[in-house]
Ligand binder design. Sequence first.
Ligand SMILES: [Zn+2]
Length: 120
Amino acid sequence: MIDEKFLREAKQALLKEKKTTQAQIEKCEEEERNILTGDYEKGDRLNPLAVNRQNHRSLKEELQDIEAALVRIEDGSYNICPDCHQNIDKARLRRGKYYVKRDAACQQSWEKTHPRKYWS
Ligand SMILES: [Zn+2]
């Protein structure tokens, strides 16, 4: 069973990360407006926009993962792997910025079937 102290630690870290991510999303959106209204040569304009949208998408996904982790803290399923129902160890949760969902083995097989560019 996971202890209250660790849950508090996780929640605090997640809330902090959520703030940071939201700020980054706002910055990203501002950047997009700058790119769209800026004096970019036609040829240069597409690239920064595409890169920025890619970042934006990753940040949104990260935010969703953070929010989902916060929900799991509330409903008591925080450190339980949804695939094998084993506990995920604290070291892994810490390393995964507290919003990893699966243990290492399940994450690996999940990634094989769900390729995503920003998985580390
Ligand atoms: Zn698992």
